[in-house]
Write a new protein. Structure first.
Length: 261
C-alpha cells in the first residue's frame, strides 16, 4: 500500500479558504449575546467588515442556519446539526457515556466528560442522577481551562516549560472571588495535580461549586479528555470528593483506556 504524502504547513496554508473561516467566525460571533443581534453587532464581534458580514449572513440564512426579520439576526436549530455530527462521530462520547452513567449513579452526583479546545474546556457528555438538579453545565458548555479541574487535569499533559508558556499566553480572567490567576501559582497547581493523578478545584470556575477530575488516557497513555464530578459546596466536602468520588472516576477512566484509539 503506498504511503500517504504528509503535507507541510506551507502546503496546507495554500489550501486555506478565507471565506469559510470568516463564516465560522461569524457563527461564533452569536455567542456574544443571548439576544438577537444586528448586522453591525455581528460584524464587530467577528471582527469583519460590515459588507462582508452581510454577505455571509445572507448565505447562512439561505442555508437555514440563520433567521432574520430584516434587522435582527438569530441562529436557528439547524445549527445543531453541526454539533450533532461531532457527537455522533466522537468515539470519546460513545465510549465514555456508560462510564458517566455508572459514576453518576454510584456517586449520586453529576458526572461530565470534557475535552480541551485551545484555552478552554468543552463539555461533550454528561450524566445526572434523577434527584440532582442538572442546571448549569450542559453539552457544549465552555469554561476556561486554567481554573477548572478538567482543564488542569488535561493541561498536565504538557511539559513544565511548555505549560508555563501556555499559561502566560492564555487569558486568565477572574471567574469568582476564589479564582487563582497568577500563572506561577496555576502552574504549581497543575504540576501537583499531575503528580497525584487528579485535580480538585474549589469555587474557582463557578461560585458555590467544587469539582474533582481525572484525565482520560487512550491506549498509548496520551491524555485526550477528562471526566469529573461536580457538586455544590454546601452538600459535598473536599474530603468526601477525594474519598468517595476519586476511586469511581479513576476506575471509570482506566476501564476504557484500551478502547480509546
Amino acid at each position: 500500500m503506498p504511503k500517504l504524502k504528509r503535507e507541510s504547513r506551507e502546503e496546507r496554508a495554500t489550501d486555506f479558504v478565507e471565506s469559510l473561516d470568516r463564516g465560522l467566525r461569524l457563527l461564533q460571533g452569536f455567542a456574544a449575546s443571548r439576544e438577537p443581534m444586528t448586522l453591525s453587532d455581528l460584524a464587530r464581534s467577528a471582527e469583519l467588515p460590515r459588507a462582508t458580514a452581510r454577505r455571509i449572513l445572507f448565505t447562512l440564512e439561505r442555508g437555514g442556519y440563520v433567521a432574520s426579520d430584516g434587522k435582527l439576526f438569530t441562529l436557528t436549530p439547524h445549527v445543531l446539526t453541526l454539533a450533532a455530527s461531532y457527537l455522533r462521530s466522537s468515539q470519546l462520547a460513545t465510549v465514555l457515556q456508560p462510564v458517566l452513567d455508572r459514576v453518576a449513579s454510584s456517586a449520586q452526583e453529576i458526572s461530565s466528560l470534557a475535552v480541551l479546545d485551545r484555552n478552554e474546556v468543552v463539555f461533550i457528555a454528561r450524566s445526572s442522577p434523577t434527584r440532582v438538579f442538572s442546571g448549569g453545565i450542559d453539552i457544549g458548555y465552555r469554561l476556561p481551562a486554567f481554573c477548572t479541574s478538567v482543564g488542569r487535569a488535561m493541561l498536565g499533559q504538557f511539559g513544565d516549560d511548555e505549560l508555563a508558556a501556555k499559561l502566560r499566553a492564555m487569558p486568565r480572567q477572574v471567574m469568582t472571588p476564589q479564582t487563582v490567576t497568577d500563572p506561577d501559582r496555576v502552574l504549581a497547581s497543575i504540576i501537583r495535580d499531575r503528580a497525584q493523578g487528579y485535580s480538585l478545584v474549589d469555587r474557582e470556575a463557578e461560585p458555590h461549586f467544587r469539582s474533582i477530575s481525572v484525565p482520560v488516557r487512550r491506549y498509548d497513555n496520551v491524555i485526550i479528555a477528562a471526566i469529573n464530578i461536580g457538586a455544590h459546596v454546601d452538600r459535598i466536602s473536599t474530603n468526601e470528593m477525594i474519598e468517595r468520588f476519586l476511586p469511581l472516576l479513576r476506575e471509570g477512566a482506566e476501564s476504557v483506556r484500551s478502547q480509546l484509539l
